[in-house]
Design a protein around this ligand. Structure first.
Ligand code: DUC
Ligand code: ZN
Ligand code: ZN
Length: 484
């Protein structure tokens, strides 16, 4: 065959193992994987390099208004470019419904925003207003278009849909083969803590850590899982930040729940001490759930190693440290009025490679799974996340030896800080492709605006997570009632 590109002599890394080989690319797809492949209109020498499936970032807030109306600093152009420089060939940001808004309108809005992307993209829908029309008319239309995941909140008054709302959403999701993602923190526990801190005038950024207790996450994760089990639905816990939360996930997975979870680099690399930096510096480290402590970091690494988490995703939520973002409500705003979130889409994979693989905490194969392949399986990206004939040629070629110091000047997002400023890392992507098109090469952007395409996704593949029967839905044990 006459290949468009042949990548030769690289160490091809997959979740199954790593071996030297060549990849032939034709018409945007992987056409051959072999020990040697001759020819190719372009030959890329990957000697001494790691060749892996392009990253799939599944937790990013791009061109998204927060519930209080603050727009993220990145749109689909800057967000996707930054993602590409970090080794990602595709991403799945959120498309957020504001209360009262129709899902059709949400999707049309994000279609217009997404059109600027340089990498392929899909959306998880955030549902804040599960009306009958949303549940039974609009969500089925979204599923039909391949939007097979969405996120709900158990916290924030403007987003929290309550346990009943969650059961309704979980049931519709189950019926369509979709997966429900959840931000799990107990809203009343957080509000009660906020009130106690406010009564004492304790509003500096560091009190954010205290205001959202570990117990609030653990309680909500447990509740979310029980709700999902009752509905026999698939559930994905986003941004797990506590050892207790991870233990609940582990236990319930062992019991068979259709349960998946992720954690994020910030919970592995930063601590609550960062919220206590001088002046208002701590505001840059306000995210929810909040940063925890060194003991938690060790526990989360253990869970990553043991397979509790299918992904390590950035939760890129870029709000600049100025009046457009963090300080929209004033330079000395109390912590509850400072936008929640921090950037990280470009550094997610390089940081995980350097701190995880090179420091011996995870294997290269686990890295490929956590950064790409597992996401493709859980979120139904059927043509992405694997290096095999027929798959999209979404590929990242890494130099595992490059040493560098992280600085905001090298980030391609639209931010004025990086929480990892000064970190010493080793290894980064040199060439990144989406569907066979080189989008980044040796620090230079090769893509043009709008080159990325929307991709629809398949239903969640739960075959390895059977769920557990619920007595009250078993006609043999519930007086023959058909309730499902
Ligand atoms: N949850 C997120 O997932 N990201 C930013 C803020 C939040 O609460
Ligand atoms: Zn969240
Ligand atoms: Zn998020």
């Amino acid at each position: 065959m006459d290949f468009d590109i042949v990548i030769h002599d690289g160490e091809i890394a997959t979740t199954e193992g790593t071996a030297k080989g060549c990849i032939g690319i034709k018409d945007g797809r992987i056409a051959a994987v072999a020990e040697t492949i001759p020819g190719g209109a372009r030959r890329i020498d990957a000697g001494g390099r790691i060749v892996m499936p392009g990253g799939i970032e599944t937790h990013a807030h791009i061109a998204q208004e927060s519930s209080s109306g603050v727009m993220t600093a990145d749109d689909y152009l800057s967000g996707s470019i930054s993602a590409a420089f970090g080794g990602n060939s595709s991403f799945i940001p959120f498309a957020a419904q504001q209360r009262g808004q129709s899902v059709d309108d949400v999707i049309a809005t994000y279609d217009a925003r997404g059109a600027r992307s340089v990498i392929d993209y899909s959306y998880h829908l955030i549902i804040s207003d599960p009306t009958e029309k949303v549940l039974h008319d609009e969500l089925p239309r979204a599923f039909a278009r391949g939007i097979t995941s969405f996120k709900v909140f158990m916290t924030y008054d403007l987003m929290n849909i309550g346990d009943r709302g969650m059961l309704d959403i979980l049931t519709v999701a189950r019926d369509h083969g979709a997966i429900t993602m959840v931000h799990a923190e107990n809203n009343d526990m957080v509000k009660w803590m906020n009130a106690r801190l406010a009564d004492r005038g304790l509003t500096a950024p560091r009190y954010h850590a205290i205001s959202r207790p570990e117990l609030a996450e653990e309680e909500a994760i447990n509740r979310a899982v029980q709700l999902a089990k009752l509905a026999d639905a698939s559930l994905f816990i986003v941004h797990v930040s506590t050892a207790g939360g991870a233990e609940i996930v582990r236990r319930e997975q062992f019991n068979g729940a259709k349960l998946y979870a992720e954690t994020c680099p910030q919970y592995l690399s930063l601590t609550r001490d960062d919220l206590d930096r001088p002046g208002m510096e701590g505001a840059k480290y306000i995210c929810s759930p909040p940063l925890r402590d060194a003991g938690t970091q060790e526990a989360l690494w253990h869970h990553i190693r043991m397979g509790t988490f299918v992904g390590v995703n950035s939760d890129h939520a870029p709000y600049r440290a100025d009046a457009t973002g963090k300080f929209l409500n004033g330079a000395e705003a109390p912590y509850p009025k400072i936008s929640n979130g921090m950037p990280g889409i470009q550094l997610r994979l390089p940081w995980l490679f350097s701190e995880g693989v090179l420091k011996g905490r995870i294997t290269l194969e686990q890295f490929v799974g956590l950064g790409s392949t597992n996401a493709a399986r859980v979120f139904g990206c059927t043509t992405k996340g694997r290096i095999a004939p027929g798959m999209d040629a979404d590929i990242a070629i890494w130099n595992p030896d490059t040493r560098y110091t992280v600085t905001v000047a090298d980030q391609h997002d639209n931010m004025d800080y990086t929480p990892l400023e000064g970190a010493e890392l080793t290894g980064r992507p040199e060439i990144v492709m989406t569907r066979g098109a080189v989008i980044v090469e040796n620090g230079v952007l090769k893509a043009t605006e709008g080159q990325g395409r929307f991709f629809g996704r398949a239903p969640v593949d739960d075959r390895a997570r059977p769920g557990a029967p619920v007595k009250e839905f078993d006609p043999g044990q519930n007086f023959g009632t058909e309730l499902r």
